[in-house]
Ligand binder design. Structure first.
Ligand code: HMG
Ligand code: MG
Length: 298
């Protein structure tokens, strides 16, 4: 059965803009966040407190958050990889953070300069301290389906990695198809593998990239299994600078169109999203890859 309501976890300002060749001016990012809040989205992943040399596109995180008009009823989670990132989030008055692990060794090395095992040693004290600070901590898990260096990823490995993040104190686990290679049968198998390990759909979110055009199908598979938090990015912006061949996330507009058709509640205003993504495409100088944006844009 489909969930009656879905939480859209909008990652465009973070996952979308971290991958732009040219850094987007902070004024444009602020307007983007404002427009997304006006469009009714209530979870806006705003930026990352990662190493500025690793992700220069988000080096303006402090300025962005100090100037951001944080709306009542909107959450603004940020990514933090380590103690230094958490210090920065605390200083910025952030209450929602996310750590981000890899299910594979190759991507842990490339994305975190860590081994698979050491990444947990990095995250566990961060999660514990964030919780002591009263923060809610989400756990991302990357390369849950396929990895460009290691190929297909075994669900048992993914479940083992996911359990470590949940056991560390993350309230939710977002299953990432970082390079967008997953197909719906894999989604069914992974959600079932988590269930068999005692992790129900209430603890899961899905995070699909659309490289192979499967993001919406994969999302529907997850919804049918009962997952009710879906990550997406307005206009389909996105990708990971440390994952070869990763393209944009599932477009929020494509998700909203499908949810509307299914009668699943979500709270977003599709017209306002399309206008926002059309405006953003002008800022970036290229059209949105979202099918729904191109169909509806005037
Ligand atoms: P490192 O170079 O090993 O860091 O990077 P280190 O701990 O050795 O520290 C080196 C220096 O960096 C030190 O400074 C630290 O203070 C400083 P020094 O003492 O030499 O002057 N430093 C920092 N400065 C500011 N903020 C920080 C920070 N940390 C250390 N947070 C590190 C290790 C984890 C920091 C680095 O690899 C990193 O920042 N990685 C982040 C990569 C990233 O953001 N990737 C994209 C997000 S993940 C993603 O997109 C996937 C996702 O969407 C889900 C999916 O699709 O699957 C979430
Ligand atoms: Mg991503």
């Amino acid at each position: 059965d489909l969930p009656p309501e879905v939480t859209i976890w909008e990652v465009g300002p973070r996952d979308g803009l971290q991958n732009e060749a040219d850094t987007v001016p902070v004024d444009v990012k602020l307007e983007f966040l404002d427009r997304l809040a006006n469009a009714g989205l209530t979870t806006l992943e705003a930026t990352s407190f990662v190493h500025p040399k690793w992700v220069p596109q988000l080096a303006d995180a402090e300025e962005l958050l100090s100037r951001l008009d944080r709306r009542a009823g909107v959450r603004y989670p940020v990514l933090v990889p380590n103690a230094r990132g958490l210090d920065r989030a605390v200083d910025a008055g952030i209450v929602d953070v996310a750590v981000f692990a890899s299910a594979t060794e190759s991507f842990a090395r490339r994305n975190l300069n860590s081994t698979y095992g050491d990444q947990f040693a990095m995250f566990e004290p961060v999660v514990a301290r964030a919780r002591d600070e009263g923060m809610a901590v989400r756990g991302y898990l990357s390369m849950c389906f396929g990895d460009p260096w290691e190929g297909v990823v075994d669900p048992d490995r993914v479940v083992a990695a996911g359990r470590r993040l949940l056991d560390a104190g993350c309230w939710q686990l977002s299953l990432g198809d970082t390079v967008g290679v997953a197909t719906p049968g894999q989604v069914d198998r992974l959600v079932d593998a988590f269930a068999a390990a005692g992790v129900g759909v209430d603890a899961l979110a899905v995070h699909f990239h659309d490289t192979y055009g499967q993001a919406l199908s994969n999302t529907l598979a997850a919804l049918r299994r009962g997952v009710s938090t879906v990550d997406s990015s307005a206009g389909g912006l996105g990708g990971c600078p440390y994952a070869e061949s990763a393209t944009g996330n599932l477009a929020t507009e494509d998700l909203v169109w499908m949810l509307d058709g299914l009668g699943v509640q979500h709270g977003a205003d599709l017209d306002a999203l399309v206008i926002t993504s059309t405006w953003m495409a002008e800022q970036l100088g290229r059209p949105s890859p979202s099918r729904v944006v191109s169909a509806l844009a005037g």
